[in-house]
Design a protein around this ligand. Sequence first.
Ligand code: C5P
Length: 401
Amino acid sequence: MIKGKHIILGITGGIAAYKSAMLARLLIKAGAEVQIVMTPSAREFITPVTLSALTGKPVVSEFFTANTGEWHSHVDLGLWADAMIIAPATACTIGKMAHGVADNMLVTTYLSAKAPVFVAPAMDLDMMAHPSTQANLDLLRSYGNHIIEPASGELASHLVGKGRMEEPENILRVLESFFSRGSELSGKKALVTAGPTYEKIDPVRFIGNYSSGKMGYAIAEELASRGAEVTLVSGPVSVSCKHSGVRVVKVESAREMLAASESVFDSADIAVLTAAVADYAPASPATTKMKREGNAVPTIELVKNPDIAAALGERKRPDQLVVGFALETDNEESNALDKIKRKRLDAICLNSLRDSGAGFAVDTNKVTIFTASGAKIPGELKSKREVAADVVDFISKSLRK
Ligand code: C5P
C-alpha cells in the first residue's frame, strides 16, 4: 500500500529523533519515496548525513542552501507528497502547526501540504498533559490531521508516563492501514443521521437536547475517507463537516429528518443513525410568540415523533446494513438489545452516560457494538474520531461477509 507513495518525513528536535532513522528505513523498505524535512534543532539530535544516506535524497531543513542560494520550494514539496508525517513532533512544532507560525521549512511545508498529515508527538509526560499541548492537538485534529497518540513508558527524563513517540513499526502500520482504507468502501452509498432535532413550540422556542453531532459527523467523515458516497442528514449543530465528499442536508425537526432520510435510504447500502431524535413534538406549535399572561402556566400538548430508525428498519432490504446508536443511563445492555429487535437494526453502538467521557458534547466516547446475531464488541474510551474508525471497521467487515 505504501509502495510508490511520496512521503515527507518531518523531524523535529526531540530525543526520539533517533527513531526517525528507523522509520525512514521502514518506509523505504516498504517501497515509499521519502523526503526528509528537519527543523534546525532536529539536526542537534540526528545528522542529515544518516538520513540522506537512508533515503537517497538530500535532507531539506533551510529555506535555501546558503552557499549556492538554491531555494527549496515548500509549495512544490507540499504538492509532491501523498502523506506527510511529523515524527517526532515536539510541543513547540505542534504549537507552531496549530497556529500557523511558519518560521521554518517544516511548518511552511506543513501549511502547503494538500496530503493527509500524521503527527506523532513525543515529549515529557507533563508537557504532553499540559492543557496548551492538548488544545493544540485538538486544533490539529480539527484541521483533519491524524494524531498518532504517544505510548506510555519510560521517557528520556527517566520519568514514566505518556509521551513516548509511537514505535516506527506502529507508525508504518498506521500509514499502511490509511492507504489501504482509501477505497475499501468505494461504490458504496451511506446515509448518516446526526445531531439533535428541534421541535418548535413557537417561532422562538423549541424542545431539543444536548447532542453536538460530533459522533455522527466523525462517522460521516470516516465513511467518506474510505471511499463511500455519504449523505449526512444533520439536525442543528455548530460543528461542520471536514470532508468535502460528504453531502450535508440540514434539517430541524424529526419529521424533516425522516423525510430527508427516507429520500436517500433506498439507494443506500449503509445507514448509521447517530441522531438524538426528540421523542415528542408540540402538537400544534404557536405561529406567534407565546406571551406570559398573568400567573397562568401554559400546558404544551405533545405528540409522538416518528421513529426514524424503526421506519427505515421496516423497509430495510437484506443487502442493506443499518447501525443505530443507543445512549443509556441504566439497564444499558438489555435496552440496547431490545432496540436492535424493535427497530430491526443490524447492530447498535451502545454508549452509557455512566462512563465518564462518553456521550453528548464531549470529544471522547466509549462504545460497545452489539449485533443482531448476538456478538458483543467492547470498546475503550477514545476520541470520537477513533470510535468512528472502529464503527466503520465493523461496517466494512460486515459488508465483506
Ligand atoms: O430509542 P432511542 O432513541 O434510544 O434509539 C436510539 C436509536 O434510534 C438511534 O440510532 C437514533 O438515531 C434512532 N432514533 C430515530 N428516531 C427516533 C428515535 C431514535 O432514528 N425518533
